[in-house]
Design a protein around this ligand. Sequence first.
Ligand SMILES: [Zn+2]
Length: 408
Amino acid sequence: MLIDAGHLVVPSSGAVLADQRVLIEGQRILAIGPDLDAPPEAERIDLSDAWLLPGLIDCHTHLCFGVRPIRSDRQRELEASVLTYTASNSTAWRALQGAHNARAMLRAGFTTVRDLGNAGAWADSALARAIEEGLVPGPTMICSGKALTPSGGQYASGIVPPERPGLVGIDWTVADTRERMLAAMRENVAHGAKLIKVIVDDQRCGYTRDELAFVVEHARDAGLAVAAHCVTDAGTRRAALAGVSSIEHAVEASRETLELVRDHGVVLVGTELSQGYLEAAGAPPDHARELHEQVITRLRHAIELGVEMAFGSDIMSDIPGRDRGQLALTILDSYVEVGLAPLRAISMLTRDAAKLLGLDDDRGDLRVGLRADLVATSRDPLQDIRALRELRLVMQGGRVLALARRPP
Ligand SMILES: [Zn+2]
């Protein structure tokens, strides 16, 4: 297959090359250059007026989770909706819901995702396998399985009654001692996890730096990265010092802590939700603004300080009329708001994300030998990154999934 590309956006060099051809054989890029010839029988795709980029990567999804908008800013009510959802939907149903979301993500250009738990009894692994075996369409999924958590899980309001601790175990594995942490990691690996996720500080008495270092050490021995869910400044600091691979959210991280994150080579997956999404998910406007301002300020600091970052969406709500792929791309509104350079955003969505996933020798860039996961836009994404919301082409492993007509 030969693609005529008007503009080729290469994340690793930051170059935008004009009038290039990309030759694809099987699942891989065979050659790139201005004057390539293909065998006469080769299929041709004319994107001579479009921008061609690597397929997008979302480093923070929850495909097998989705609650309806809840109009509240009260922690206990928000947790009640999660509790009701997890307690009343089977893992089987959540796998099907995941399949629906996976297809939407792929249509939006996401050819790879890192799925960070909240999937019941490993619906994430089942879905990853179904996609790999071609049963359902979707991105390549790198899954964490059940996140390790101190007692209480991510329920911090005291909503889980003491006589029902098992309610936490539906979506998390409670691991309060090193022995249990190790057992939880082994259980996850046995069920297909490719990385370990830890909930650091949703509970006031969260994981210590030593406990996190214990997880990191044993995960590393098994060849697994550790993703740390952190909200507080202190929790972010403990996780960075423990040597985790990535910190998710870091909502309250100070400039000093972000410097520490940077100096320890930890990647920030900031999941800076847009105000529009937060409101659509049910947050009252004042509360949505407050939450959004907090992450936007932190994003500005991270950019100024040169923290390594990768794209993550963390979409967990099902908004009527919007699919999961469209919602994931609402994060771009936050990027535009802080003036993040489009080329940096593209790198965070492709090469930097692939690097975090340990897949940069396989995908996330445009070069010979890499997987032919590609997207194309009609408008220049370097002028406006939101051009990624209207794709002309989605290609996964050399297979065309969607090819829109040239706009009039
Ligand atoms: Zn999340």
